[in-house]
Design a protein around this ligand. Sequence first.
Ligand code: KE4
Length: 426
Amino acid sequence: MSDPVSTALFELAKQVIPGGVNSPVRAFRAVGGAPVFIARAEGAQLYGADGRAYLDYVGSWGPAILGHAQPDVVGAVRDAAGRGLSFGAPTELEVRFAEAVRRLYPSIAKLRCTSSGTEATMSAIRVARGFTRRDVVVKFEGCYHGHADHLLVKAGSGAATFGVPDSAGVPAGTAATTVTLPYNDLAALRALFAARGSEIATVIVEPVVGNMGCVPPVDGFLAAIIDLCREHGAVSIFDEVMTGCRVAAGGAQERFGLVPDMTCLGKIVGGGMPLAVYGGRDDIMAMVAPVGPVYQAGTLSGNPIAVSAGLATLERLTPALYAQLEERAAALGEGLARAARDAKVSACVQRVGAMFTLFFCDGPVRSWADASRADTSRFGAWHRGLLARGVYWPPSQFEAAFLGAAHTADDIARTIEVARAALDDA
Ligand code: KE4
């Protein structure tokens, strides 16, 4: 159960903020109880409003790969803040940041900063539509790319029919230019291109899905997206807002050795500050105003404080960090799978690098149709058991959990034991 301080704060919050939260998943509706209100965080630990400590596996939904309040990142933010918070004018910092991103993502010839992942994907799609002079956007069921209207769309009646809104307030006409296919379904993708290839502006994909829980791509799926887009004059967009700097310093495209036409980044690149990126091939990015006819702008785009946090983070994404994350995440994944087997619970662990999910269903989970079979009420009971024992897990079966540099081997061992005990509650 949540602490009384958080519960009281939650009641106050609900008087002034819809659902008491500034983003829906934080409301704990999928797992029950009041959300923990966080007072501060350091390393791998969160501290609730009542002072209670929690071992954190959300990491602000990915950004905290170096651990919370990492001294060098905080120092960079403090220094930058002393020089002014925002200028609405170009700075050298933005140039250095863009150069640092390009070194990690050679597929990005030019990039633009935005203040959120939603802005990054929304802008990338607008640029792809301007570049191809086509309207149709292809996405995959279970993938989330932020809350722009044309991305809040679910599959229509048939696999390759146009989408229907997945949120109130999205006009049917907007949804109708988005086609949603099953993730990892190569046949459906090929069939769509065969039928409508000349209408498709872009295919946007989470190269490793985090937003239905961690679902890796099957061999050949991502390469097929890139190849089919090239063949039909469409633009492939890797939405690496979550996977970027997470599954490798250079993201999924580095891990899998692929070259998408455009890439979106967020979360880790901003070190936890409001900073995201979209970019890609020179000829495509030449479409962006003021050079080209596709308009995109932002008062706080490339904000010097956010960019300082991003730069300080990128500079610390070392091979040693990823080796440590791989070792610790593998130990945790194996420990969770063993605990589920010992408890005779139908479950599977899916992991790519330091992003992972314990699904309460048999694996493999390759698509939304698979993921939606998970026992969400059992997940909720397990989550409450973890929380009661001081482990803060993503409050939804359909989210990925994350490890950071500050998680120790002892933290992993403790988490496995706590997970084992919580499985008995679930
Ligand atoms: P933001 O607009 O939330 O910065 O980014 C949207 C976005 C785009 N693409 C991917 C692959 C993403 O995962 C996200 C946002 N991720 C969610 C967590 N699954 C953010 C948490 C939230 O919505 O509160």
